[in-house]
Design a protein around this ligand. Structure first.
Ligand code: NAI
Ligand code: 2PC
Length: 315
């Protein structure tokens, strides 16, 4: 009989996951996903249950990577409500299994993994689609994803200015105090995004917050919130004017209100650009619509597990 699974919780994950190792693994995984070769990745679109009474959702995200020997699933709950709870609005648990026998090898806290892998994929979108001379980054929202995106983007790029907007000035100020680098509070979305080269939307909005008329031509937008078919962060003008990329074409067509309701065409997946089968239109306004994929969680969980094994086997 296999031994009990190891449990790797938040503080342990923190010491084991670093963008320098995570980013190349995610780039490789996005490329594999877009090749649609079932020996590389089997990853259906997330199954989502509505928790109507609690204004939330449970997403189930299984992934199998046969050639890599990785079998993983994530359970993620995310909520629309704002009731002042101290618990995070997005909570996740990852389960890593042995594909040969089906025993559970590890159970991991998914909050930090979800934050870091989502931010790392957005940063990969910027690496591929943002103009190289980009100087100004705007972040809309000041929650968990805002923080991980601030960390990933300032780690991977050298912006001269980072601007942050939240619905209240206090939240934006609190966010700015929590980070180490220079960052400016903006009182309106318009002020935050005016002339920005890169814009990250990480809100729990259900109506558009970012409008195309405010966005500088040639800017890159990483749109991370609005993960339901009737939720929006971006308006029709932006969606129609930009070249739209997604993590998964099927995911975007099933889950993204910004894609579905605007009728915008998904030009390519990030993996297509990584594989060289689709063009990176850096010179145009680009939107990366992120929904989050199980394959991103699977490679992140495997990385955490490998690092945990290396750490615990040291004498
Ligand atoms: N694409 C992906 O892979 C992932 C997407 N998400 C999504 O990203 C979004 C942010 O997630 P977290 O940072 O975990 O949430 P959070 O609750 O920590 O932060 C949400 C932010 O949005 C703001 N906000 C809420 N309602 C708003 C509104 N109506 N207008 C403007 N701002 C509003 C809040 O003040 C807060 O700053 C959520 O929509 C979540 O579902 C989360 C995880 C992964
Ligand atoms: O990929 C993910 O973990 C999520 N996407 C939307 C909410 C959570």
């Amino acid at each position: 009989m296999a031994g009990p699974p190891v449990v790797i919780w938040d503080q342990d994950v923190e010491g084991l996951l670093h963008y320098r190792e995570l980013v190349p693994r995610l780039e490789e995984a996005l490329g594999k996903f877009s090749r649609r070769d079932s020996t590389e990745v089997i990853q259906p679109v997330r199954t989502t249950l509505t928790l109507q009474k609690h204004h939330g959702f449970l997403g189930l995200m299984p992934t199998y990577m046969e050639n890599d020997g990785v079998l993983c699933t994530k359970f993620v709950c995310f909520y629309k409500r704002e009731d002042g709870s101290s618990l995070p609005a997005t909570q996740a648990t990852l389960v890593l299994l042995d594909p040969e026998y089906g025993n559970v090898k590890a159970v991991m806290d998914g909050e930090l993994i979800t934050g870091m892998r989502t931010a790392a994929v957005s940063a990969i979108s910027a690496k591929l689609l943002m103009r190289p001379e980009a100087e100004v980054l705007a972040i809309l929202g000041t929650g968990k994803q805002a923080l991980s995106h601030y960390n990933a983007f300032t780690d991977m790029f050298s912006f001269k200015e980072v601007r942050v907007w939240s619905r209240t000035r206090q939240k934006a100020e609190r966010f700015c105090r929590s980070v180490s680098g220079p960052v400016t509070v903006c009182v309106s979305v318009q002020e935050a995004v005016r002339g920005a080269d890169a814009i990250v939307t990480v809100t729990r909005c259900t109506e558009p917050v970012l409008f195309g008329q405010w966005v500088k031509p040639g800017a890159h937008v990483a749109a991370v919130g609005a993960c339901r078919p009737d939720w929006r962060e971006l308006d029709d003008v932006l969606m129609k004017e930009a070249v739209v990329y997604a993590d998964s074409r099927e995911g975007a067509m099933a889950e993204s209100g910004d894609v579905i309701l605007s009728g915008a065409e998904v030009f390519a997946e990030l993996g297509d650009v990584i594989n060289g089968t689709k063009t990176a239109h850096r010179e145009k306004t680009t939107v990366f619509k992120s929904l989050g994929m199980g394959v991103e969680d699977a490679v992140s969980a495997q990385l955490v597990f490998d690092q945990w094994k290396a750490k615990t086997s040291q004498p």
